[in-house]
Design a protein around this ligand. Sequence first.
Ligand code: FAD
Ligand code: FMN
Length: 596
Amino acid sequence: MSDEQELPFNQNLIQQLTGLDSLQLAWLSGYCWAKAKGNSTTANIPSNETPKTEAENSKPLKITILSASQTGNAKGVATALAERLKQQPVSFQQFFAKDYKAKNIADEELLLFVTSTQGDGEPPEEAVALYKFLHSKKAPNLSRLEYAVLGLGDSSYPHFCQAGKDFDKRFAELGATPLIPRVDADLDFQNTANEWIEQIVQLISQKSATKTQVKSESNTIAAASSQYSRANPFNATLLTNQKITARNAEKDIRHIEFDLADSGLSYQVGDALGVWFENDPALIMEIIEQIGLTGDEKVEINAQSFLLKEALRTQFEITQSTPAFVKGYAKFAENAELSALVEQPETLAQFIQNRPIISVLHQYPAKLTETQFIGLLRPLAPRLYSISSAQAEVGEEVHLTVGLVQFEQQGKVRKGAGSSYLAERVNEDTPVKIFIEKNDHFRLPQDNSKPIIMIGSGTGIAPFRAFIQQRAADEATGKNWLIFGNQRFTQDFLYQTEWQQFAKDGYLHQYDFAWSRDQKQKIYVQDKIRERAELIWQWLQNGAYLYVCGDASKMAKDVEKALLDVIAEQGKLNADDAEDYLNQLRENQRYQRDVY
Ligand SMILES: Cc1cc2nc3c(=O)[nH]c(=O)nc-3n(C[C@H](O)[C@H](O)[C@H](O)COP(=O)(O)OP(=O)(O)OC[C@H]3O[C@@H](n4cnc5c(N)ncnc54)[C@H](O)[C@@H]3O)c2cc1C
Ligand SMILES: Cc1cc2nc3c(=O)[nH]c(=O)nc-3n(C[C@H](O)[C@H](O)[C@H](O)COP(=O)(O)O)c2cc1C
């Protein structure tokens, strides 16, 4: 028999292969293989993996994109990755951590995980259950898992990208293999995120060349479409700016109202409002003079020309310093003390805490050019404020409860950029750029007969005012309990008359107030929780939902400890079982937090 007869196809085909380079040949082999499987999708660049059995190959690679986000950045990156993967001949699923069952992690094969860090180095609320599960005794073996982690963070925090680091470490401890090393991205994460996405897409397309490729729809949840968004904010008019702490109070807290008429914007209670603020002109000039410039120098940002003073007003963060800022500035300052300090990461982290840029400039003076200076700054990021109204009550308005950040340093009063903009620099004629930031991790129970317990301090009261407005508008039958703390009864009782009215109208059934400075011994909300242990347990047995809002670094942690103590004591559980109980509440959306 001739060779030609032995071959199942025409000899000419073989001749045509002569002259093809190795990449073209490899491409063809993938193409033919996919064809043989009865699948006509495009073949990809072959991988150099060890060959798999036919059965293994016929199973599409199980790819899961998971994001853990508080304010939408990680979610946005994960969704961008999903969009890119949709262009590839692969199937994948996308989940937001709040919809993801922690136990399912054991069945994953390739996990692409984007997480921000919140609080004091913690995972975002929606990923706390997963985090706790992975760190518990019940954590599964993950040896069949490959994963990639992109951490989003802010290098001005002492625990930069800690959640990403923790997840990465834990996946590896449980036997999983990194597809690529973890990437940590700072506030200006976009370029780093794009590079990470492209790297992942390339690796997946290589991997999936040896797999049957079935293109399927992801279950990506489309972002709410609205004309106005973070990227395209609405110019809102200020309606009210009223101080709601007493004249002599230590805290200056404002009740702020904006008009949403003609914006088409709507929100749910639990959502936050994003505000694109402008920096303080007085601080801008102080900075400019300190570095030896006039403010009229021209700078180029994204191919647009600005005067330096304009750029500092609308384009950059100029309050809180970061390690990158101090390190970069040290090169110009040529000061031995500062140069030594930036070489020690821990000392540097401590130094930048509570040290605004202007204080660094005064402490270690130096002259810089406009380009050198803006090269050290981070792009301006909007501030978020929990919405303190319900549209059912206020219609086309949105209300906020804003604490003015102010403190003294080097003999001068320094203020927070966003809070001082809202409290002091905006008037009825200043259009304020705003957008709605959805927060699906902080929602009233759908069944309005369920009781709720709201725990918060300071401006943490904001969403609870919205909750009760909504419960009243819905004529909800569930009981409402407020546990609120602030410094002094006579000076810091935010929305006092409104709470009295809610109680009168039958929408505030139980309340406890912790005034920390009204007596010698400090009393906080966590003390009230312990005092009320029996009643809290009773409410929990009756299906109560727990909500915590306000300070993340202390209050939220102390409240969680108190809740665990109550659960252990009243439920007669050991510490591990009390943790499990609270985790179960969390997974069932009965323990939700909005902390910052
Ligand atoms: C989801 C969410 C909801 C929020 N809801 C609310 C809300 O309802 N109400 C509200 O008021 N805020 C709320 N915040 C916080 C708000 O977004 C801002 O972070 C806050 O207003 C401070 O921003 P700023 O621009 O005024 O301060 P920045 O210019 O960002 O300055 C803050 C920095 O000042 C420094 N600093 C503060 N105090 C001192 C001090 N004593 N000494 C030295 N340095 C100091 C610290 O380094 C701090 O990081 C929320 C945040 C999030 C994420
Ligand atoms: C209240 C709060 C606390 C934060 N804590 C940290 C932190 O401890 N470490 C860190 O690296 N970044 C921290 N960040 C910065 C966020 O991780 C960063 O802004 C990220 O881009 C947010 O992504 P997200 O929108 O997906 O949540 C914090 C941000 C906020 C608002």
